[in-house]
Design a binder for this molecule. Sequence first.
Ligand code: DAH
Length: 344
Amino acid sequence: MTSDSDTAYTIQYLDQLRTDAEKELKSIHDEAGAEQFRIKYLGKKGIIRSLLKSIPNVPEDQRKEFGALSNKLRSDIEEQFNAAPWRSAEKADHRIPLDPGLPGYPFPRGSLHALMQIRNEIRDIFLSMGFTTAYGPEVESDFYNFEALNTPEYHPARDMQDTFYISDKMLLRTQTSPVQIRVMEKQKPPIRSIMPGRVYRNEEISSRSYCLFHQIEGLYVDENVSFADLKGTLLAFSRRFFDEKTKLKIRPSFFPFTEPSVEIDVECFLCKGSGCSICKKTGWLEVLGAGMVHPNVFKSAGVDSEKYTGFAFGIGIERIALLKFGIEDIRLFYENDLRFLKQF
Ligand code: DAH
C-alpha cells in the first residue's frame, strides 16, 4: 500500500487500506514495530494524512461519503493502535509499583530576596514603634518628587539626583520622599509612617550604583516633635537593627526638604569602630539622611507648620544589604542569578 499521488482514492481503496492496516497492527510485537506502523500510517507524512488531504480531489458525488469513511477509518486505526496488546504489555512491564511509604519529591522552596529581607527587618522595627506603612507610585509627578519637597525647578539640589523624565511633568521617582507629601495630604497629624519602595536614577551603572534601588522613608509629625525625638527614634532603631550598643554620629548635611538636615553614621558593626575594609578604616558607616521637616514642605502638603513639627529620614536599603551581607557588587541584586539568590 502506498500514498503516491497516483493512488486512486476510491471507496474500495479505503476498504483495502483498512484490511492492510489491521493486518499490520496484528503483527506488531515490539516498540520498534509500533513506531514503524505509527510513522507509516499515522505520522505527519503518513498514509492517513495523505488520504485526508486528498478528500477535496474526490469527485463531488462521492466526496461526502468518502470523507466520512476516511475520518472513521482514521479514528478506528488510531484507536486500535492505542489499544494494541503489545502496548499494555509494555506498559505493565515498566510500571513502577506504588509504594505509599516513599517520601515525596522535594518541592523547590523559594526565599525572600536579600533586599526584601532587609526591608522587612527595618519595617518591622518601625512597626513595633507604632509606625504604619504607606506606599506611593513609582511613576510620579514633578510636583510630588521635587516641587512639593521644596525643590523648585531652578534649585541646584535637583542636580543631586539624575532623573528619568517620562514627559515634562512626569518622571520615575528619584526618592521615596514624595510619599511623605501624599501621606500628609490624606491624613491629619499625628503621623508616624514608613514608606518603602523602589526609586530610579539615571546614573552610570557600576558596582556601587544602579539605575534603580530601594529606600525606606520615615515621617513623624505631631505637636512638639523635636530633634531629640529624631535622635532617640533613630538610635533605638539602630540599636535593634545593628547592635544593641551601637553608637550614632550625626553630621550636618543638606536636603531641601529638611531644616536642619543631617546624615547619620552608625558605628561599624563589623569592627565595632576600630576600622576595617567595610568601613574604609573609619570605624563608621553612613546609613541614612534625616532632618526636621521644612515648613515649606508642610505648606505644600496643607499641614499647619505653626502647630506641627516633624522629622523625616530616608534609608537606602541596598547600602545596608551590601554592608550586612558583605556583598561587593550592587548589580548582583538585580541579575536574578539563582546561585546568588539561594544564599539568602
Ligand atoms: N530623599 C533623600 C535621598 O534620596 C534621603 C532623605 C534625606 C530622606 C533626608 C529624608 C530626609 O526624608 O529627611 O537622598
